[in-house]
Design a protein around this ligand. Sequence first.
Ligand code: SF4
Ligand code: MG
Length: 328
Amino acid sequence: MEILKAENLRAYYLLDIGGELKSVRAVDGVDITIKENEIYGIAGESGCGKSTLIKTLYGMVEPPLNVIEGRVYYKINGELKDIFSLNGELGKIRWKYISYIPQGSMSVLNPVARIIDSFWDFIGSHEDISDRVRWKKHIEDYLTLLGLPTKILDAYPHQLSGGMRQRVTIALATVLTPKIIVADEPSTALDVVAQRAVIQLLKDIQKNLKNTIILVTHDMGVHASISDRIAIMYAGKIVEEAPTEVIFESPKHPYTKYLIGALPKIGDKSYKISAPGAPPSLLNPPKGCRFHPRCSYATEECREFVPRLVDIDTNHRVACFLYSKERE
Ligand code: SF4
Ligand code: MG
């Protein structure tokens, strides 16, 4: 059952560059349907629009970011609601219905307050916390459920390791048991051991709360270990979407193949599909298929027309002329 849906979503940064209004097309025609209880991964290199996409899905659209076209719906009490027409309601459902774990989220914790005080501040701004005893128990039970020691509540952020701070931040962002969690690179910038702990924590949260997680990371190894389905994003568009095992075992889009091929494999000296260069500027993306300057299969058609994201199999969508001639 679907829980969140985006239809033809376009979100651009409108910037004044030298007196001229320019648009950075960070999210440029995205259609996705996210199901209840799944971990939906969004992958792609830096600068492909992943962070902007989840910010927009979260409804965090502030100038210079603008929704140019399209809709985002959440299923609330069995009904699909257009979030951009919820206005003040959106603020009310945040953290209880949907929560957001930003990139570099350690900044969420107040550096000069004990962890418990960050919890009081956070919960107090959404709930009536006059019954402190009951809420303290809720916080402690929740930490225990997630395998985190309750004694960290008395610590100051600087007394915890970076990995523990990140896990505490995630616990804080999910303590009101939201149905949907969006997380932007939650394990990036941590060492390997701390990364694993964060990924395990997200898995445990999903298992315990039976909620939906939308996870953005450029790290395909993280997706392999946690995501149920993966959307590959390139230059503001989803270019492929499939269950994780299909993405890894039978990738179709040349860009997905490049991302998979870029995974280091011990002892693997086999030929890797090269995609030299970097994602294009979203201010001036190339005409036609945006991947064409880096694609070794590019033809005249690719340089001229934009391939449409189409179903090539059950639960498998691809936007590439090698698989379908449909154009946008
Ligand atoms: Fe490559 Fe053409 Fe497919 Fe784009 S549409 S990925 S340029 S083959
Ligand atoms: Mg990002």
